[in-house]
Design a protein around this ligand. Structure first.
Ligand code: HEM
Length: 488
């Protein structure tokens, strides 16, 4: 009798909450939202495990409510492909993001613009990057040049325990700086170090800043609980730096760079009466977007890779043996070696898969109400692609999905595999603009690093943890290591 009563109560309660929902055609909630804040507190914790748990409960598509806004999370390769490739026109806009909030430039630049403006900004940005050698060996040579400074720095830091996080961040940033501003910066340059540290701080704050996007009233709370003031200050300093770079470029004090090419193209379009969105605010946001995207992601992947080398010395040895066989140690590896270093390529791919640094990619939105798998996704919803759900899918990668095993990317004939489910740069029209550049960077950095050095744990009996810190990008807990030169 008791059981019947419980079941009846549960059914009635479920019915009550179901009827109470604003729109019964929305995807399911994993748990009932609280009044006013909705699921906001749920999002303050580790989203990686939360999303996994909720997918198991609700299936490939579920909905969260934060304040008065909806967030729909999409899981599994098939659904991501359906939304972002097959229905790309319905899922390729951007909602207002933290980048808009803290820069005050809403929907400017490449990352957060939409529609016609985004098409133009992305096409111009890509064209300028191509002019600087993206997709050919010119850019590879520039990257190689920066790596020589990086290697020199590492050589000066052998024997004692070191953390390579900051120097890797600074070095990766220098590559995008060369393109954006026409020159690299010395590692000791205080202003540059400050700007780069600001990028890191901004990325750290990204998730907590998001609360203000969903519940704007929170910004009126005293203090800086959601660290928005801190992020705004950080971004203000970055924009002062960009202003000074634009000023120098206008005075002709820099070489050819993204700024000079953008200004030239803008003048060309304006002077020939072509309707254009190009202006100085878009330029500043492009600098911000590219600086941010080009710094954090690549350096973070290198940092993960080296951590895995400490955990898997056999993999490290196999990579060195491959380099030794195909390149030797008398010359530095170059981009032409990429095709011969299959195992290194596979280890890079496996690092990208298992670390899944862009776990939830960047949020997309729909320009109108859209039906997906029978559910309505209202216009303006935050649509989150769960890259994690693809990278940790046992049906794609096998039962050992949580094991670091580069060989999963090599076929029986020793050829490198490139499964379509390998999506570290996301997929569809918004796929990472810097994908080609990042691939060259990762290969050249790691080939050079592993040729010159062996990376060892400080204490072999106590390896640094593989635990992650979950933010806008997922990075490892900071760690120290020993860098041992292979050439004495
Ligand atoms: C390992 C390195 C990198 C990873 C894993 C990565 C990953 C991503 C991801 C997941 C997105 C979101 C795509 C989407 O919205 O669906 C993205 C967008 C973007 N990335 Fe990257 N990225 C990397 C390196 C770079 C570099 C080096 C640059 C700069 C040259 C760059 C520039 C951009 C830009 C501008 C966008 C926005 C594209 C748009 O909205 O149209 N990324 N990236």
């Amino acid at each position: 009798m008791d059981l019947v009563l419980i079941l009846a109560s549960v059914t009635l309660l479920s019915l009550y909450f179901w009827l109470k929902r604003e729109d019964r055609r929305l995807p399911p909630y994993p748990i009932m939202p609280l009044p006013i804040v909705g699921h906001m507190f749920e999002l303050a914790s580790d989203l990686r495990s939360k999303f996994k748990q909720w997918r198991a409960k609700c299936g490939d598509i579920f909905c969260l409510k934060i304040g008065s806004k909806f967030m729909v999370v999409l899981n599994g390769y098939d659904l991501l492909k359906e939304a972002f490739v097959q229905k790309a026109d319905d899922f390729s806009d951007r909602p207002l993001t933290v980048l808009d909030l803290v820069t005050g430039l809403h929907h400017y630049g490449i990352i957060t613009s939409s529609g016609k403006v985004w098409k133009e900004q992305r096409a111009v940005g890509l064209q300028i990057l191509r002019n600087f050698g993206l997709g050919n060996n010119v850019l590879a040579d520039r990257i190689q040049n920066e790596i020589s400074y990086y290697i020199e720095h590492l050589s000066e830091n052998t024997v004692k325990p070191v953390d390579i996080h900051l120097i890797t961040y600074v070095s990766a940033s220098n590559i995008i700086c060369f393109i954006l501003f026409g020159h690299r910066f010395e590692y000791t340059d205080q202003l540059f170090q400050k700007v780069v540290t600001n990028v890191s701080l901004f990325v750290d704050n990204f998730q907590i800043n998001s609360a203000i996007l969903f519940i704007p009233a929170l910004r009126h709370l005293p203090g800086d609980l959601f660290r928005v003031k801190e992020s705004k200050q950080v971004v203000k300093e970055m924009f002062q730096f960009f202003d000074s770079c634009i000023e120098k470029c206008r005075k002709g004090e820099t070489g050819e760079c993204f700024i000079s090419e953008y200004l030239k193209e803008q003048d060309k379009r304006v002077n020939s009466g072509i309707e254009t969105s190009m202006d100085e605010n878009h330029l500043k946001r492009n600098l911000f977007d590219l600086f941010l995207a080009g710094t954090d992601t690549t350096s973070n992947t290198i940092y993960w890779f080296v951590l895995y080398m400490l955990h898997y010395p056999d993999v490290q040895k196999k990579i060195f043996d491959e380099i030794n066989e195909h390149v030797g140690t008398d010359r530095i590896p170059n981009i032409l070696d990429k095709q011969n270093l299959t195992y290194l390529n596979a280890a890079i791919m496996e690092t990208q898969r298992i670390s899944s640094i862009a776990a939830n990619s960047l949020a997309h939105t729909c320009p109108r109400d859209v039906i997906l798998r029978g559910y309505t996704i209202p216009k303006g919803t935050f649509v989150v692609p769960s890259v994690d759900s693809v990278f940790y899918d046992e049906n794609i990668w096998g039962k050992d999905v949580m094991t670091f095993r580069p060989d999963r990317f090599i076929d029986q004939d020793g050829e490198l595999l490139n499964p379509e489910e390998f999506i570290p740069f996301s997929l569809g029209k918004r796929i990472c603009l810097g994908k080609a550049m990042a691939n060259v960077e990762l290969f050249l950095y790691l080939a050079n690093m592993l040729q010159k050095f062996e990376f060892r744990p400080v204490d072999p009996a106590q390896l640094p943890t593989l635990n992650y810190v979950f933010g806008q990008t997922v990075y490892p807990t900071k760690y120290q290591l020993l860098i041992v030169s292979r050439f004495g």
